[in-house]
Design a protein around this ligand. Structure first.
Ligand code: GLU
Length: 303
């Protein structure tokens, strides 16, 4: 099917600050992969965390994407306005008998459970699975996971396997305050938008099996995944929103979009030598096999 229908990709930024280089890189690759094959791109603001996100950041994000020459075809509703939609999917999971309330406190979670293999959190031991006398407070809701390995055939990272039971444990889909979590929202939003290709940073590779599981339960097809290498400073430090000198607010003052894209494309091995280039000019040169590995070192930007 994929062969005849144009691919659908997405940008799913969190509007909690200016884009930093890592965000720009993931967006560039998402754009190149889709545009080089004549597909469609959806933009979605991931603003579930209303304390940290704002409409103003969302507005600036759109401007930054346009400045970079990374266009999109459709913007879907931001996550903060979709809790009723997520309610419907929550009920599907509950109807399957796969949800249970969890009353564990944060400290219990970290004291009782083994560390998570992939992202430094924990493997939930199932403490609340068979509670007989629940405490009198609002619970979070967890989904029961199968003892089964999920395989991600990643466009950049090759084969990644995770057994949800031993590597993750039953995970939260709705928090005690009623907010839905990223894993559920992203699955529903990508699924409803018909996204066929998810391109994002390597740091989210460990989330893909949870999303694949929810896709199965909720009746969505699995997309193709491409988890792009993280951009690291020359000392191996990960770039983050704290590196203010490398966010677009600063970079836009000292570079053209072509110089920025040329530097990223060169660091990633998409072009052989640095030259200013627009995303559109780069599209015919893009191939996934150019992008391998977990990290790309960015010495020039930090000099
Ligand atoms: N909203 C996430 C971020 O800004 C990306 C989530 C995703 O691509 O699935 O890092």
């Amino acid at each position: 099917m994929e062969r005849n229908t144009p691919p659908v990709g997405r940008f799913a930024p969190t509007p909690s600050g200016r884009m930093h280089l890592g965000n720009v890189f993931a967006a560039l690759i998402a754009w190149l992969s889709i545009r080089s094959r004549g597909g469609y791109l959806v933009l979605r603001m991931e603003d579930l965390d209303t304390q940290r996100t704002s409409d103003e950041y969302a507005r600036i994000l759109r401007q930054d994407l346009r400045w970079l020459g990374l266009d999109w075809d459709l913007e879907t509703e931001p996550q903060s306005r979709r809790s009723q939609v997520y309610d419907g999917y929550f009920e599907i999971l509950r109807g399957k008998g796969l949800l249970y309330p969890c009353y564990c406190t944060r400290s219990q979670l970290h004291n009782v459970n083994a560390p998570h293999l992939s992202d430094g959190t924990y493997v939930y031991a199932g403490t609340c699975r068979n509670l007989t006398t629940p405490p009198d407070r609002a619970p979070a809701w967890r989904v029961v996971v199968p003892d089964r390995e999920f395989t991600v055939n990643d466009l950049c990272q090759g084969t990644f396997r995770q057994n949800l039971s031993t590597d993750c444990g039953d995970f939260v889909v709705r928090r005690a305050d009623g907010c839905y979590v990223y894993q559920l929202a992203v699955t529903v939003d990508d699924g409803e938008a018909g996204v066929t290709e998810v391109v994002r940073g390597m740091d989210l590779l460990g989330s893909a099996p949870r999303q694949m599981y929810l896709q199965e339960l909720l009746g969505f097809a699995h997309p193709t995944y491409g988890h792009v290498p993280m951009l690291l400073a020359s000392d191996g430090r990960r770039l983050s929103k704290r590196d203010r000198d490398l966010d677009l607010g600063q970079l836009r003052l000292r570079m053209t979009p072509e110089a920025l894209i040329g530097q990223l494309a060169f660091a990633a091995g998409i072009i052989d030598r640095f030259e200013p280039v627009s995303a559109r000019e780069l599209a015919p040169h893009f191939r996934w096999d150019q992008l391998k590995g977990e990290a790309i070192y960015l010495t020039d930007f930090l000099a």
